[in-house]
Structures are given as C-alpha cells and as structure tokens.
Design a binder for this molecule. Structure first.
Ligand code: GLN
Length: 543
C-alpha cells in the first residue's frame, strides 16, 4: 500500500497545541492498527533547536538515537536534540522517534548548497522550486520509509502566513497532487466576553491564507475555551469549504491525553479513513481510556516544587511535568507542580512554595544565572527530610550543595558556573575538553547506565543495566564523590565504563537522589519512568 499523508497546519496564533492534535491523529490511526511516522517541519535556519534559548523555544527533546547528519564536504553534525513536539509524539504513540524526522530549513539549505558544490546540480540554477521542495519531499518520504509506515503525519511548525513556512507549504501543495492525503488545519476561535460571542473571523482569514497558497483544508480543528456553538461551526464550515461534520472542536482539557478520545467521538477517525481511503477499522482505545481515567479520577493530591531558572516559559520542562503526571497516575494521585524561580529564591522570594511542597525537584539547565538559588534549595532539602530529585544540572548543583553543607567546602561548585571554584566537584567531561563548537557536541542520546547494588534506583528499576538519555557536557567528578562518600554521599550509578558518575543518593536522607540522565524523556502515560515513580512514591509516603 502506498503511504498516506496527513498534513497538519496551524492558523491565527501559535501555542494552540497543534503538536497534540498531530499526535492525536497519529494515535487514532495507530489504534486502528496502522503504523504511523511523525514528521515536524520547522522553518528556522538552525540545523536543530539545541542551541536555542529554552525561555524562547521551550524544552529541547532528546531522542534515543543520535543521527549523523552529513550534508557533504566534510561537514557533519550529530543531531539528537529536536523540537519538544517529539516528546508529545513519543508519549502518545509509545514509539521512539528518529531525529531526522525533525526537518528544519537549516538542514535542507545545507544539503542543497553542499550538494551543489559536489556537482549534483551541474548546469542548473538552484532554486526554491523545484530544488528545495524536492529535498523537503525526499526527507518526508524517507521518514515514512524508515518507519515502514502506512501513514506519515506531517506537522508544519508555526502559523500559516509565516514567511519561514512558505517553502514547506509549497512542498505540501505539490505532494498533495500525487499522494493520498488529508490536510487538517488547527485554528483558534476566541470568545469575546463583552458581546458573549465566539469569533470565527480569525479562522476564516487563516483558511483564506492557506487557500491563497493553493491549499484547501479537508478538516478544521478549532481550539476554543468555550464550547463551539452550532452557529460558529456552521460559519467556519461555510467559509472554509468543509462540511460541518469536519469541523472538530478542541476544547480546553484537564489532561492532554484526552484529546484523541474527544476527536474520535466527533468522528475524526472515520473522516481520516474516508479521506485517506483506508479500510474502515474499529479503533482499540480501551487501554488509552483507562490511563486517562486513572489520571483524572485520583482524589488525593501531592505537590512538587520544581526549582529552576527558565520558568518564564510554561512548557520549558514539559517532559518532567508529564513524567510526574504519569507516575501520579500509577500511584493514584494528582501531582500539583509549583514552579519556583531560582533567581527569586536568591532574592528571598518563593521559599514558602519550597517549604510547603511535598517534594522538591531540581531542574536541568545551563550557565550560571540563578544557580545559587538552586544550590540553596538543595541545601534546604539536605537539612530536612523532604523527598528530593535532581535532574542533570539539578543533580550537579545538589552535589555542590552537599560539598558545601556536609564537607564544609565553601564555594564548591561546577566549573560551568564558577571556573575558579576551589572545589570543582563538577567539571567538564574529559572528552569535552577539546570541543570548541557548540551545536550537537554535548554527550547526547541514550547510553548504558549501571545501577549499583543496594541503591534506591536499583530497586526502582529492578535491573542492573538500563538505558537512559543524556544531554550534558559536565559531570560529577569521581574523586570528589569518593571523598564525600564518608559523609553520606553515595555513587548510585555509573556508565558502562565505570568512569562517569551517573547518579548519587544521600544515605542518611529518606529520599535524596540525583541523576545525570533525563529519565523524563522515556516516561509514558501507561509506563512511568522508574526514577520518577520512586521519587513520587517517597512524596506520597510509600517510599
Ligand atoms: N549544564 C550541565 C551540563 O552541560 C547540565 C545540562 C543539563 O541539565 N541538561 O552538564
């Protein structure tokens, strides 16, 4: 069967949860037994989002595999840092995504230009049409082939009308001439309280932009904070040239995992089957429904204070927040996340959230701003008995806190934060010393983690060797860790070579664990990460 394509575009504003719509479409097809690949097209010129500011761009997702992207002429990058929507895709579909499924303008431009230097376009003028469009198409098709997929769901990043998206939208237009596909446009329908009305004009305008590019949507997903009235639905249908039953409502949801169920109830699955000419099948969503039920039916609530430096952006730690929710669902509790700004802590603000929370989570990060606040929170955690989990940077700074508080090593720090620290308990990985370039040069992707006998983590995983994902340049220095072992610091995990400290635990603390890896990237709604589960167990009091 030739692969089918579903293209998902967005209109009106960004931040509508278009990734969740694309993932839900993938889920509904997967639940019918079709194999699905997810592709995301991003208009920016960075080959990957790895160097972007998390406050602007949100979380960077890390894949299991590292992709060696070699556009030519001795140029090659390692790519494992991709758009956060891939986290949503993995959490919905339970399939590891390949990094090359995130196609950026930067990647395709590089391939074209370096291909031209190799002589692949002799005699030709390299242009947006046909060359760039062909290259994007090649990448989309390759993703489908790699996954052996029946259906490839392609999400167009950004909003229609963005200059950056135009080459991708033209690719979609041309592909639609020769493949079986559906185009689903996600828009926003604002409610104006003053007049008590839902306004469909922005949707009409964004559909017209699409039509101006030669693209006619087959279905509209309308995000709205109040239920769509029949009148609003009728208007959207009329002005978009789609039947009313192909205007789908995307309401505000308590848990995002409910979205596939809501879209299925409105006939999204049937619409896709018809449009893609797939044989009709009954979707198996029972297991999924159960997970959603478990997430929403909990009557007990616990709180976790997440201390970090990037909280100006809501989604910046989305995989961690989701991993806590997955663990909560397994334990039958709802997790309330308190976002605590570490710079605020430095100025004395926000401590009541830290002190009032059931557990403390020290977040990943880079650079020196806001780190004293994280270290202070870790010291507070060490003094008390609240369950505390440090992730990557959080684990590194908790190690500095231990060194200061328990060893009396004043000024202990990571050399990333304070290159002149008298106690460099965290330092560059040896293999990073010669690295000068920034993009894609960290220790990335999944690596073996050896969990040591008699530790909480070993018990949590029930296995000696696991694979977890990493994204770091610095590490906890073994010699210092060993010196701290006499004071209750315990190395709990190492890498396959035994060289890199991958986790620590504090022996005389009910639960204080730091991990160098990012277990949140592998957590699934129905299969929570053992690290997060053990942390939340301790928070709930079952540890
Ligand atoms: N900045 C630290 C490092 O490079 C931690 C990175 C992270 O938290 N992902 O090692």
């Amino acid at each position: 069967m030739p692969p089918r394509y579903v293209f998902v575009t967005g209109g009106v504003v960004s931040g509508l949860g278009k990734g969740a719509v694309a993932a839900s479409i993938g889920k509904l097809l997967q639940a019918r037994g079709w194999s699905v690949s997810m592709v995301k097209l991003d208009g920016y010129f960075n080959p990957d989002p790895g160097t972007m500011n998390p406050v602007e761009h949100g979380e960077i997702f890390v894949t299991e595999e590292v992709w060696e992207f070699s556009p030519g002429r001795g140029v090659s990058f390692r790519i494992a840092e991709i758009d956060q929507d891939f986290g949503t895709y993995e959490r919905f579909l339970g399939v590891n995504m390949h990094p090359s499924n995130n196609v950026t303008s930067g990647q395709v431009m590089l391939s074209l230009i370096l291909g031209e230097r190799r002589g692949e376009y002799l005699g030709q003028t390299l242009r947006l049409i046909p060359h760039l469009v062909m290259e994007v198409r090649r990448r989309i098709e390759e993703a489908g082939e790699r996954g052996g997929s029946d259906v490839v769901v392609v999400e167009q990043g950004g909003t229609v009308g963005d200059y950056e998206a135009s080459a991708f939208l033209e690719t979609i237009r041309q592909m639609r001439l020769s493949v079986r596909s559906a185009l689903v446009h996600v828009t926003y329908v604002p409610y104006l309280r003053q007049v008590g009305e839902l306004k469909t004009k922005p949707t009409q305008t964004s559909v017209r932009i699409l039509q101006g590019l030669g693209l006619q949507p087959d279905g509209i997903v309308a995000r709205s904070d109040v239920p769509l009235t029949p009148e609003a639905r009728r208007k959207i249908a009329l002005y978009s040239n789609v039947p009313e039953d192909r205007v789908f409502e995307d309401p505000y949801l308590d848990v995002v995992y409910r979205l596939p169920l809501i879209l299925e109830e409105q006939g999204m699955g049937r619409f896709l089957e018809e449009r893609l000419e797939l044989e009709p099948r009954r979707p198996d969503l029972d297991g999924w429904r159960e997970v959603v039920e478990r997430m929403t039916s909990a009557d007990r609530e616990v709180s976790v204070a997440m201390v970090g430096k990037y909280w100006k952006m809501r989604d910046v730690h989305i995989s961690i927040v989701e991993a806590l929710r997955h663990a909560g669902a397994a334990l039958g509790v709802r997790v309330r996340v308190e976002a605590v700004d570490s710079e605020g802590l430095e100025g004395g603000r926000g401590w009541e959230s830290v002190d009032g929370a059931g557990g403390i989570l020290l977040t990943p990060g880079f650079g020196s701003r806001g780190t004293e606040g994280i270290i202070a929170a870790a010291e507070r955690a060490l003094e008390g008995d609240r369950p505390t989990l440090g992730i990557c940077f959080g684990a590194q700074l908790a190690t500095a806190a231990f060194a200061r508080a328990r060893m009396g090593w004043a000024g202990a720090n990571s050399t990333e934060v304070d290159p002149g620290t008298p106690y460099p308990v965290v330092d560059l990985l040896p293999e990073q010393r010669a690295v000068r370039d920034k993009g894609g040069t960290m220790r990335l992707g999944a690596h073996e983690v050896v969990l040591l006998e008699g530790t909480k983590l070993r018990e949590a995983y029930g296995r000696r060797i696991v694979r977890e994902r990493f994204r770091h340049r610095y590490h906890i220095v073994r010699e210092y860790a060993e010196r701290m072992e006499g004071a209750g610091y315990r190395v709990a995990a190492v890498d396959g070579s035994g060289r890199i400290v991958n986790a620590f635990e504090v022996e005389d603390h009910p639960y204080m664990v730091g991990v160098q890896f990012h277990p949140e990237y592998k957590s699934r709604p129905w299969d929570p990460s053992p690290t997060y589960l053990s942390f939340l167990r301790a928070v709930v009091g079952e540890g």
